[in-house]
Design a protein around this ligand. Sequence first.
Ligand SMILES: Nc1nc2c(c(=O)[nH]1)N[C@H]1C(S)=C(S)[C@@H](COP(=O)(O)O)O[C@H]1N2
Ligand SMILES: [Mo]
Length: 523
Amino acid sequence: MAVDMEHVRRPARTAGAAAGVLAAGAMFGVAHLAAAILDPPASPLSSLGDTFIDLTPEWLKEFAISLFGTNDKKALLVGMVLVIVVASGLIGVLALRRLGWAQGVVVALGAVVGIAAASRPQTGQLALVPSVVGAVVGALALRWMVRALVRSPGAARTGPAGGSGPRDAGRRVFLGTALATGAVAVLSAAAGTVVAGARSTASAVRNLVLPAPARPAPPVPADAQSPVAGVVDVVTSNRDFYRIDTAFTVPQVDPDSWRLRVHGLVDREVTMTFDDLLAADLVEAYVTLTCVSNAIGGDLAGNARWLGLPVREVLAKAGPQAGADMVLSRSADGFTASTPIQALTDDRDALLAIGMNGDPLPAEHGFPVRMVVPGLYGYVSATKWVVDLEVTRFADAQAYWTARGWSEKGPIKTASRIEVPRTGTSVPAGPVDVGGTAWDQHTGITKVEVQVDDGPWQEATLAGQISIDSWRQWSWRWPDATSGDHVLRVRATNADGVTQTGDLTTPFPDGATGWHEVSVFVQ
Ligand SMILES: Nc1nc2c(c(=O)[nH]1)N[C@H]1C(S)=C(S)[C@@H](COP(=O)(O)O)O[C@H]1N2
Ligand SMILES: [Mo]
């Protein structure tokens, strides 16, 4: 009897699981297409991903970033798909015994995903609809496939000795329903992607012609690039620029309907349009952005030429009131950063940027408008897709990361790294060229030193300085590397004469400290 049951159930169970997974595919595909038509950010996978990111506890996020780096979103996507496949497979198996319950679970899950979508800041009033429509289609597809399975006498009701004729016929019916469901899943997902792509800001980014700056950036000195081959480009291309944000899918903000609202502790509210920005006197400046999560020697930093309107001019129009000490900037997707008002009103080039290295901001770097503030880590200043500035007080409001325990103030710490030679590589004995990059935005770097093993600190040659807001490259010739294992260490000194500390700390809560070192083998 037991053996018999095994024979009866095993194929049906697999088929049930397959039906569950296919139904989920149809559910997500149809919901994606419906969202692309009604409200693209309401697509279920992206709103699930965004919700997951916002709910992730700090330790898990740190762990994910340490494991996957800037591929954390791809990793999350793979993880979500795996969870959905397993869960829907189980629902499919449940459907073999309790079809009604399984359908109920599908519709309930659709409602939960719909609620997640509707609670995202960038979705509109119809955000619940796509997931619910998808879930209804998924539940119907599940019913259709499971009915075919259960009706096929060979597959579900009789043992292996049962007649092969009816069993094959039943299987064919099931296969037909499964194929049709799979086709619905694939075609609707593909159509949704095409429609969402057509509605994206890609063409707006392409078609935007940037105005000439009223105040161009001074030219890059001819010697700004370290002469050592292999050191990063001193101006980072838009393609190579690191990307860090909480957005699972890149927010699509239409420049024509973009508005920046300035409010809070101000004498008068100000609203700006994108055309207002284009018509303003724009300035251009080289500014190096750095992420607070950057590890010692890490690559979460980039230097670009930004074009934008000084934030202080917009604030001046609104007239900040006495007592305000912070500006809470908010993005279209609900991210917030709390920036000391001082850094936005002094004479530095804190910008509402619309251009990056001569091009409109790429969508993933904040199109159409982002903030760039020299000297502060991105999490407290560099809001992409910015739509709102609230003049307020640190005592009255928290921002996305500060509410999660990161420091309220995020001045960038002096940092330096060795880019050549790379750690773990071997180099020939004799003279070895060493090079890298150091930064202390809005103060500037005036000295870089290198140490071999426990020898004396030796002064490197600084490359030309683009601006005190940009990083600065350096080079040093190791005169006579002798064969064996060696450690090279670097430290920088800023224009205030303060040398970077060698004390090792983690990025949390306000940025890592410590000297970068590389281990090399000299042949
Ligand atoms: N809307 C939005 N803006 C954001 C973030 C974000 O998550 N959402 N992350 C900030 C952080 S932590 C950093 S380091 C910088 C990174 O900017 P980039 O991706 O252009 O390099 O963007 C900042 N601006
Ligand atoms: Mo960051």
